[in-house]
Ligand binder design. Structure first.
Ligand SMILES: O=C(c1ccccc1)c1ccc(-c2nc3ccccc3n2[C@H](C(=O)NC2CCCCC2)C2CCCCC2)cc1
Length: 233
């Protein structure tokens, strides 16, 4: 049985990434807001665009703390951000949805999201993803590293130096694999299941443009940042 151990520099890397991940988080208040009141589709769409805009801003700040990210080609940094923003938003939404809440609150939250204005056809894949993330009961290190792995995906459109991104991603994959073995000794497939979620995430994110334009609102207004990131309008 090979002895898995996390090296000193790997521990330092995880510490930097987790601290940045926790620092750059928009307040969890979107769940609280949704639990407090029932909003109209128009209000929900506005809430979504506000939350998503601020989440993209914190994502940019977060990536600056990923070791090696700032030494990548500048245009490649933009390509990685643009290519991962929707996935990072869904991952964050899934983590918000899976947070331990008082009895019955998750059901209310699910109901509010189902009635928020999103088109019916996307509910099942979206909630299947949220529940599959929830079932993993990820610790915060795993959440932060999984988001980092998503950002450091070499085959995003327009990435020129894919090898450089691959090297950074492999560093994170290696420490996440070790952490999973140490954190879930009873479940040797845990690391593989974690990465399997990223495939589900990419599939879900393929629909993002239709998901947005099919919101049952009269006018789909986006901020300039979201037009850039979401390829809409
Ligand atoms: O249609 C969507 C879309 C948008 C862009 C691209 C692709 C899909 C699309 C995208 C997320 C969610 C979505 N799933 C959620 C799960 C739990 C809690 C909130 C959730 N949300 C939205 C939200 O605010 N997400 C935040 C979460 C923090 C990080 C930034 C995003 C609200 C918005 C108010 C109405 C109800 C849902 C619901 C729907």
């Amino acid at each position: 049985k090979e002895k898995v151990e996390i090296t000193k520099e790997q521990q330092a890397l995880v510490k930097v990434v987790v601290e940045a991940y926790n620092r750059h988080q928009i307040p969890q208040d979107v769940a609280k807001k949704l639990l407090q009141d029932q909003y109209s589709a128009e209000e929900n769409f506005l809430l979504l665009t506000e939350m998503a805009t601020s989440q993209v801003q914190v994502l940019v700040e977060f990536t600056k703390n990923i070791p090696g990210f700032l030494s990548l080609d500048r245009e490649d940094q933009i390509a990685l951000l643009k290519g991962s923003a929707v996935e990072a938003m869904f991952l964050r939404s899934a983590q918000v949805f899976s947070k331990k809440m008082p009895n019955g609150h998750t059901e209310v939250l699910e109901e509010r999201i189902r009635k928020s204005g999103i088109s019916e056809e996307f509910m099942t894949p979206m909630f299947n993803f949220y529940k599959s993330i929830g079932e993993l009961h990820m610790v915060e290190e795993e959440q932060a590293l999984l988001t980092t792995i998503t950002i450091l995906t070499p085959d995003r459109p327009y990435v020129k130096d894919q090898q450089a991104v691959e090297r950074l991603q492999e560093t994170i994959l290696d420490v996440l694999r070790k952490m999973c073995v140490l954190q879930h000794p009873q479940d040797p497939q845990y690391f593989a299941r974690l990465l399997g979620r990223l495939t589900e995430l990419r599939t879900l994110s393929h629909y993002h443009a239709e998901m947005l334009t099919s919101w049952r609102v009269n006018d789909h207004k986006f901020t300039p940042l979201l037009c850039e990131i979401w390829d809409v309008q």
